[in-house]
Design a protein around this ligand. Sequence first.
Ligand SMILES: C[S@@+](CC[C@H](N)C(=O)[O-])C[C@H]1O[C@@H](n2cnc3c(N)ncnc32)[C@H](O)[C@@H]1O
Length: 459
Amino acid sequence: METMAAEGKCVAHHEGRVVFATGCAPGDTADIELTRIKSSFLEGRAVRITALSPDRSQPFCQHFGLCGGCSWQHINYATQLKYKQQQVIDNLERIGGLDLPPVTPIIGSELQQHYRNRLDFTFTASRWMTREELDAGGTMGQPGLGFHIPKMYDRVFDVHTCHLMPDEIDVLRNRVRDVAIKNDIPFFDLRRQIGYLRTLTIRRTTAGNLMIILQVAYDEPKWLEIILNEIAEHHPSATSINYIINGKRNDTFHDLNIVTWKGESWITEYMSRPTGEGSLQFRIGPKSFYQTNSQQAAVLYHAAWKLAGIKSTDLVYDLYTGTGTIANYVAADSKKVIGLEYVAAAVEDARINSSLNGNSNTEFYAGDMKDLLNDEFLSVHGRPDVIITDPPRAGMHGDVVKMLAKAGAERIVYISCNPATQARDLKLLCENYRIEAVQPVDMFPQTMHVENIVLLTKK
Ligand SMILES: C[S@@+](CC[C@H](N)C(=O)[O-])C[C@H]1O[C@@H](n2cnc3c(N)ncnc32)[C@H](O)[C@@H]1O
């Protein structure tokens, strides 16, 4: 296997055609069983590794291979970083057709396990059984609480240990599953859409406070009490315990009422600046986005702040602001910061975050970016000197990219968790802007995902 492709598959060549393979590592020699044959490429999976790559590492998780989470844990961290850096360059050059300055080396994450602050687990009335479990006499139809198997919306395997959050989270999740089974509380059947327990979301601050969000299908107070009491009794660090009644066909809850059963309806994260000059605090509600690797979020913001080069006379727009984290990070250096965000609850948090951090020069507005950011908004609020934009994986809507070009800021800092959509957007922006710097950052060790910051200056 010669290298790694953008989606995390290994790449080799066979008789002039490129081969994309799963189940191996770059540097391996492997026998590949082909699953797709096209005139220009072949796809397959490794059925036998005949020589192991020197870049391999021993997988640490018992669920490796089944879980979609840490699919790169068989590759050592230095090699992961090398391929992430390459992924950024490939996307920007191939999809964007962009001329790049030298790309600064990727900033690795100090924590390579236990780095996440949020996990979403799904209850299932019939958990996925592995071949080994079935061979050992296991039967189908057992309840479970865990993660979806990649690309299978109705297949969930039971998680015993997950190395993405600290051990306490394993204890809590396994306790919830066990108490539900002991009390005959029905787990949800994803195919038939019947049952009671749907999802369990756990968020954690660096200081160890937990937010719990339990989703159930209908109102049954005695079952809710059993589960939530069990959590409250054994996990005093759970300072925000919430539940949601969700009778919909899907598990998204941005449009549902959240009931705080015990404690506060938020958790507070503290972030130290890597320079050591002061710290910030952010209130995070159940519906609000927060960067999932808290420690590395400070590194990401610091890198973006450095690239932004904000002056005390600058009007800054922070697009896709979430709970106003970046807006507050840069507020002290700016004349004024305007944050825009879709989720109204996150905007409320953003305003509170400004007062918690003593920033009186921020303003936040809620709405869909493509509707909110228009000519009228620019004439009412003023043209920005600096724009920081941090859209979701899908990147920016075409109309937003056009408005960015029109707004005419001197500098744009574009943060992205998907270099492919970032490349697409940059291609358009580069009609008016030039790329000054590219800084990849690893927010997601053991996965193929990479974050990237690009600084653009007006031509
Ligand atoms: C990658 S997050 C970045 C949040 C924030 N900058 C941070 O660092 O925490 C993207 C944010 O964009 C928001 N968002 C997604 N689609 C949007 C849209 N169409 N209009 C406005 N905001 C949107 C999400 O709710 C989320 O808060």
